[in-house]
Design a protein around this ligand. Structure first.
Ligand code: BGC
Ligand code: MG
Length: 584
């Protein structure tokens, strides 16, 4: 054997994370986010629904995911696409009925898929019975005490109680007309004016949500994604605050403000954990908390609290090798410190799809939507980098979250006509922010056919751009090199090689600048992502398992990885070191 082949093509720098033998499903799962409005429409009204999801669950089983997370389908006026819940115990007619939910859940379980549903505890819809009663009742009443009503400041209380801004733009307070017709108190809404915040210091609110959890646990759900998990408790006295907060990125100046991440939220999740633990099976809580620091985020997944928290630090990391390496190391360290799995996520229903984000000239930017008059992403570059980013993500130990359509390489719709937009962030920002509609366009299942297979009538609540035909599932299935087949094969290999429970080492490739590429080893698999610079050569004798794009071999037989590529490689046999570090 060639001497070269006996030595590994890298040097191990340091171990980042030990392998785990823990068999709990939520430590290693791949979870696919279904956005019900846009997944599949069964009744032709142009809005996706539960029977539509049920009919398409085979797609998710074939893709090879372990679990599905559904964004809200509860009774709602749909001001914030269902994140404004009017009845937590029922299905909105636009999505179907409770019986449709039960049928969906049964089908998912029959296919071996777990189902996580959203719970939205920070606020309700203004159409919730509690809020209607609060408006009809006087200041100081028990009905008002479920929400955050306060007297205004200044003469006649004409100024809002404090200076907080809504995440969607504009003030975070709205003044109500009292039942007698006079101008009255103000209520807090961190989001739209039609999403009043609940008062979580009120035991009645706490009791109600524990019952809501039990309602869905009794129906058989496998867990909850907790919306704005860091927002429920506000600092005493609601002090003024001049900072700014954005969705997903958290506080722009590194602080989160008196409306977020207060100590009191943790007690709520400890009580929720006790509710879940009283049920058979392995049910989970997932925190959506936009905090800058990984160590603050890890506090939501300490023993006795939630099981997982979204890793938005990974999502917001720009296309940069050093920062990418750092966030991987820091993420694992932060979650290992509390014994929780790390999660990885690149796209969801609140951010510009990573296929488009990574195609911007400043690939570190996280725009609040993209309009036709903004800089347009380089679609080819964006897709190439997105595939590379995903292939790295799927090699990392822990839990991976996928957002519907990313398996098709769907781009953001950056040319949506303004008249079609529906996101409250678009309206409340006065059109300064395009908002999130561009990542929420209904999926293309087939190149031809009405609404590309989304709806039997061809209706679609947001228009589908012409490029969606190219991305349709039926033109990618079975096609080597398609994004769909890349995801499917990567998911199968991830499972086969047990990467999700694997160890991670940081490694250095001989002759490759650390600012150009990130090299990791999970179990025996070398995972290389080339961000920029010259092509990376891996010696002959390495077996290529999968790559995000074409990888050639040069005359010497070396694998040639161009920038914008991730590859999973098995090193020459002699270099496959026994891997004994394991925790249980
Ligand atoms: C959800 C958003 C929603 C907001 C208010 C979020 O974090 O993901 O889509 O607009 O909470 O409920
Ligand atoms: Mg429908």
């Amino acid at each position: 054997m060639d001497a070269l082949l006996d030595s590994p093509p890298w040097t191990s720098l340091f171990p980042v994370h030990p392998a785990t033998t823990d068999a709990q499903w939520w430590r290693t799962a791949v979870v696919y986010q279904v956005y019900p409005r846009s997944f599949a429409d069964s009744d032709g009204d142009g809005v996706g629904d539960l029977p539509g999801i049920t009919a398409r669950l085979d797609h998710l089983a074939a893709l090879g995911v372990d679990a599905v997370w559904l964004s809200p389908f509860y009774t709602s006026p749909q001001v914030d696409a269902g994140y404004d819940v009017a009845d937590h115990r029922d299905v909105d007619p636009v999505f179907g009925t409770l019986a449709d939910f039960d049928a969906m859940l049964a089908r998912a379980h029959a296919l071996g898929l777990r189902v996580i549903v959203d719970v939205v505890p920070n606020h309700t819809s203004d159409e919730h019975a509690w809020f209607r009663r609060a408006l009809a009742a006087p200041a100081g009443s028990a009905e008002r005490a479920r929400y955050v009503f306060r007297d205004g400041r200044g003469a006649q209380g004409a100024e809002p109680p404090n200076n907080w801004r809504s995440i969607f733009g504009g003030p975070a307070w709205t003044r109500v007309a009292e039942p007698d017709g006079t101008q009255g108190q103000w209520y807090l809404h961190l989001f739209d004016a039609r999403q009043p915040d609940l008062d979580w210091t009120n035991p009645e609110v706490r009791g109600e949500f524990e019952e809501v959890l039990r309602f869905w646990l009794d129906r058989g759900v496998d867990g909850f994604r907790v919306d704005v998990a860091h927002g429920l408790v506000k600092a005493d006295g609601l002090p003024d605050w001049d900072g700014t907060t954005a969705m997903v990125e958290g506080g722009a100046d590194g602080t989160t403000g008196p409306m977020f991440d207060q100590e009191g939220v943790h007690e709520i999740y400890r009580s929720w954990r006790a509710v879940l633990d009283a049920y058979p099976g392995d049910r989970v809580l997932v925190a959506e908390a936009w905090l800058d620091s990984l160590s603050r985020t890890a506090r939501y997944v300490r023993p006795g609290e939630m099981h997982q928290a979204f890793n938005f630090a990974y999502l917001t990391t720009p296309w940069d090798a050093d920062r990418n390496r750092q966030v991987v190391v820091d993420s694992l360290a932060a979650s290992d410190a509390v014994g929780a799995p790390t999660t990885w996520v690149l796209s969801n229903h609140d951010v510009v799809r990573h296929t488009s984000r990574l195609g911007l000239a400043d690939a570190g930017s996280l725009p609040k939507g993209i309009r036709a008059l903004d800089e347009q992403p380089d679609a080819e570059l964006g897709l190439r980098r997105a595939r590379a980013a995903t292939l790295q993500m799927l090699a990392l130990p822990g839990v991976a979250y996928l957002y519907q359509g990313e398996e098709l390489g769907l781009p953001e719709d950056t040319a949506m006509p303004d008249e079609a937009r529906q996101d409250p962030a678009w309206f409340r920002s006065g059109g300064l922010e395009a908002g999130r509609d561009g990542c929420r366009v209904p999926l293309p299942w087939s190149a031809d056919g009405p609404a590309h297979g989304f709806s039997p009538t061809g209706r679609s609540w947001l228009p589908q751009p012409p490029s969606f035909a190219r991305h349709a599932l039926d033109v990618q299935r079975g096609v080597p090199g398609s994004t769909y087949e890349l995801y499917r094969r990567a998911l199968a290999l991830r499972r086969h090689l047990q990467l999700a429970s694997g160890s991670l080492d940081l490694v250095e490739l001989a002759g490759v600048g650390t600012s150009d590429a990130v090299a990791l080893r999970n179990r025996d698999v070398l995972v290389v992502t080339v961000h920029r610079g010259a092509p990376v050569l891996l010696p002959a004798g390495c077996d290529l398992l999968i790559a995000s794009d074409d990888v050639a071999r040069d005359e010497a037989g070396s694998l040639v990885l161009e920038p914008g590529t991730t590859a999973w490689v098995l090193p020459p046999r002699a270099a496959r070191l026994p891997h004994a570090r394991t925790t249980g």
